[in-house]
Write a protein that binds this ligand. Sequence first.
Ligand SMILES: [Zn+2]
Length: 193
Amino acid sequence: MAKLYFYYASMNAGKSTNLLQADFNYRERGMQTLLFTAMIDTRYKQGVVRSRIGLEAPAIPFAEQTSLWNIIKERHEKTPLHCILIDEAQFLKKRQVFELARVCDELNIPVLCYGLRTDFQAELFEGSQYLLAIADMLTEIKSVCFCGAKATMNLRVDENKQPIRHGQQTEIGGNERYIALCRRHFIEKLNSL
Ligand SMILES: [Zn+2]
């Protein structure tokens, strides 16, 4: 049976690079894939998964109201799909995570989701919450804090690299507005305000 995978990480850990490598591996074997990315991410032009090391691939942008099930089912009926890859999966709604579970269970297509676990206030994103709840496989993509410990948290900073404690969950300002830190240093930075 196909599985629902959630690869989670802090900012700048290489999630999109991992996604594009997995996509390449499927395509290299002559398999068909379908990529999605969040419409909310306006750092780059819509409809592209782009990694910081320069790789990119076209993707279908998804918004809150997008039915992933309908899009995937329709494509799959025309040309059988072998893998679905979702970038910025933290922005999925609960309903969409359950749609992806149906894609695994009813269409037997593996779904690989890549996203942040928590926001800058250490709260789960909706997509991440339900992926952590119902995915078959949970894998952490590791990155490193300045101290050498594993970075698991995302500190939001202003133009002067000062920590920001309050604000909207989603504020797309580019990677430079976030610093991936270990939990100890994340808490220290927030307490220093
Ligand atoms: Zn640290």
